[in-house]
Every structure is written in C-alpha cells, then in structure tokens.
Design a protein around this ligand. Structure first.
Ligand code: MF3
Ligand code: CO
Ligand code: CO
Length: 255
C-alpha cells in the first residue's frame, strides 16, 4: 500500500501536464456539435496533443485501448471508444483526456451538451459537476478520503441520482493509475488520510437512474444497466500545505 508523494518540483511538472490536458479540453469544445463523429473528435485531439503540444495521449494502447481519448455518450458511463457514431442534438457527451508530458500525467474530463438537451439531462450534468466540486473542496492534509466519498454520495443521492461503484478516481503521476483508489461513495475500504504531496483524481460517475453498470462486448464501453443517462467530470488535484491545487484547471477558469 504505497502512495507516492510528489515533491514541489514534481508537482511543477504535473501542473504542466495538467494545463495541457485542460487546454486540449478547451480546444475541443467548439468541435462538439451535432453531426461530428466521435472518431473525428478523437483525430482532432490526437493531432493537437501530439503535434501542437508535443505530448502523448495516454489512453492510446493503454491496456489495449485503441484511441487517444474516451467519448461517452448518454447512457455510456465511461471508457466509450470513439467511432463512426455522430453526435446529435440533445446528446450529452463526456470527453476524457489524459496527456503525458515529460513523463508526467494530467487527467481531466468534462460533459458537453450537444445543442439543446432535455432539462433532466442538463440537471444531471450540473449535479455531477457539483458532486465533483463538493469532493474537491474538502481536500486538505488530515482529511480522510472516506469522508470525501461519503460527501459526494450524499450530494448526488440527495439530488435523486446514484453513484457508480465499479469505477473510481485514482492516484496519478508518472503512472496513469496508481494508489490510492478514490471511491466516490462511503466505504471502509477508502480509509486514506490525505498528506501534502498526494496527487489524485476525483471523477464521480453519476447516473440518472440506478447505480448498476454493464460492460459491453468491446470490453471497454461501460453503460448503465437500466439505460438511464450518466454524467462524469474529472480533475487532477494535488494536496498542498493547507488545501488543494486543481492541476487541470486553467487560470481564471471557474472550478
Ligand atoms: N481517463 C480515464 C480515467 O479517468 C481512463 C481511461 S483508460 C482508457 O481514469 F484506456 F480507457 F483510456
Ligand atoms: Co482518471
Ligand atoms: Co480520465
């Protein structure tokens, strides 16, 4: 059970990777419109990350994942594989980008609403975002991850939604997924006291219906079992002396 603490100099490098991740998400925003395929979104991100940023898209070939980003539409919870499918008006789509720069990772995702979506879908995206914020704002040395998971769960369930159990946030650094696991619900297995220099993601997956998921035949795409909508937001965060720094937030960008 080793959680790697990062030094000031290492966090400086992770900040660079985090900012590139945030810039890639900002860049793709204007392309997320009805009629574009998720393959096209993947190609635009791949080119931007590899050529403009001179960085590496971490998902590509990660445990056999075939593309450079994840695109998860409507009832897809996470790990959607970009393909020929085109976005249509009313879709909600999560774009999850992980960039490696100078061997350090930045990992972040956002929801995008295509055109005009039903009010319930918009509300789900908003509550999923707020669930992540509730967790992030608790981060400081001495706080237990279990309390953060509990607060996220209470927030989401308090708004009538459910929290996915099978996938979680994670420590991150020179390794994409490292310790600790960051569960977004109350669990005795989430017993980790935060220390300065820990860096991890918070990325709650919130379902409009029931919490259960199913894995598709491609062995990546995760959907809600009841086919309800799902939304997710993710940031990479460092624990500081007295609080937190969101490494994947651009200057001036609201949380
Ligand atoms: N970016 C995802 C996360 O937040 C992981 C994607 S793994 C992949 O942890 F292989 F699907 F890309
Ligand atoms: Co992540
Ligand atoms: Co991610």
């Amino acid at each position: 059970m080793a959680i790697v603490l990062k030094s000031k100099a290492e966090i400086d490098k992770m900040r660079i990777a985090g900012q590139l991740t945030a810039e890639a998400l900002q860049m793709i925003k204007t392309h997320v419109v009805a009629g574009i395929s998720t393959d096209e979104l993947d190609q635009i991100c791949h080119q931007f990350i590899t050529e403009t940023q001179q960085a590496i898209p971490a998902p590509l070939n990660y445990r056999g994942f075939p593309k450079s980003i994840c695109t998860s539409i409507n009832d897809v919870v996470c790990h959607g594989i970009p393909g020929a499918k085109k976005l249509k008006n009313g879709d909600i789509v999560n774009i999850d980008i992980t960039v490696i720069k100078d061997s350090w990772h930045g990992d972040s995702s956002k929801m995008f609403i295509v055109g005009e979506a039903p009010i319930r879908a918009v509300r789900l995206c908003k509550v999923a975002h707020e669930s992540m914020i509730v967790g992030i704002e608790m981060i400081k040395p001495g706080v237990n991850l279990r309390a953060i998971g509990k607060a996220i769960q209470e927030y989401a369930q308090g708004h009538g939604f459910s929290v996915v159990r099978e996938y979680c946030g994670h420590g991150i650094g020179q390794v994409f997924h490292e310790e600790p696991q960051v569960l977004h619900y109350d669990s005795p297995h989430n017993d980790v006291v935060l220390k300065k220099g820990m860096v991890f993601t918070i990325e709650p997956m919130i379902n409009a219906g029931r919490k259960e998921t199913r894995l598709m035949k491609d062995e990546w795409t995760v959907k809600t079992r009841d086919r309800s909508l799902s939304a997710q937001w993710e940031h990479t965060i460092a624990v500081t002396d007295d609080g937190f720094e969101v490494l994947t937030r651009l200057p001036g960008e609201p949380l």
